[in-house]
Design a protein around this ligand. Structure first.
Ligand SMILES: [Cu+2]
Length: 246
């Protein structure tokens, strides 16, 4: 009876905490940036597996010491478990693991859904990757290579494709990584909150110079971005005006 209740409690706990994980993650603030959520989830995974690991290791150690052979001539006798305790020993540890697994998976799923809904108010940049550079095009036609300048305080969406093979645009500081590939448009977005520089690197082995495929996201104050953006647009207009008609 006791074990039966324990299994039911484990099930109820798992169901409650799993759904609480979904309910406890409403979008808050103007931009619901999943980056910090990934960090919290990662720490939670580490804490959970450490606690469970220590508990299970302690129980195992206790068994090893408690049922050790005390005399070289000693023969082990089989200990007969009742059906209820045999089922309990198999199911309770399984449910402890599974409850935590489902709980963490539910949180990951909720975060992923948040990540897949891109904020409407955003800067949208096209990215074409190729061996071995990141080529970005802004909405006004300005192009940059390997150095993506963005304003602080505005989500940035990259619509990505590739002109040759599969690359993966990884910005570790913003916790985003997504493949860019020929014949397909994929996307990623991130939220640069304050000015600073962040490494971009290719996370898909794409050729002999793969490790040199690095870039930067340069986050600047909004006013500085606007000044730069307009200046580049003016330069682009001047260049195309100077070009003879094809
Ligand atoms: Cu690459």
């Amino acid at each position: 009876m006791f074990r039966h209740n324990t299994v039911l409690h484990a099930l109820a706990w798992w169901a409650l905490t799993g759904s609480a994980a979904l309910a406890a993650y409403p979008p808050t603030g103007a931009v619901n940036d999943p980056a910090r959520g990934w960090d919290r989830l990662w720490h939670e995974v580490i804490v959970d597996i450490s606690v469970l690991g220590v508990i299970f290791a302690a129980i195992t150690a206790w068994f090893v010491i408690r049922y050790r052979r005390r005399d070289p001539a000693q023969e082990g006798g089989s200990f007969k478990l009742t059906t209820a305790s045999a089922v309990g020993w198999a199911l309770i540890p399984t449910f402890v693991f599974m409850a935590d697994d489902f709980y963490l998976a539910a949180k990951g799923w909720a975060l992923w859904n948040d990540y897949r809904s891109v904020p409407a108010e955003r800067l949208e940049v096209q990215l074409e990757s190729g061996m071995y550079s990141w080529d970005y095009t802004y909405p006004n036609g300005v192009k940059v290579q390997n150095e993506l300048k963005v304003p602080a305080g505005k989500p940035v969406l990259l619509r990505m494709t590739s002109r040759d093979t599969i690359h993966s645009h990884f910005i570790p500081d913003f916790r985003v990584k997504e493949d860019s590939m020929p014949g397909r448009v994929t996307y990623l977005w991130f939220y640069p909150e304050k000015p600073g520089e962040h490494i971009v690197t290719c996370a898909e082995f794409c050729g002999v110079m793969h490790s040199y495929m690095v870039g930067k996201v340069i986050v600047v104050a909004p006013a500085d971005f606007t000044a730069w953006y307009e200046q580049e647009a003016a330069r682009l207009a001047k260049q195309s005006a100077a070009k003879p008609e094809a």
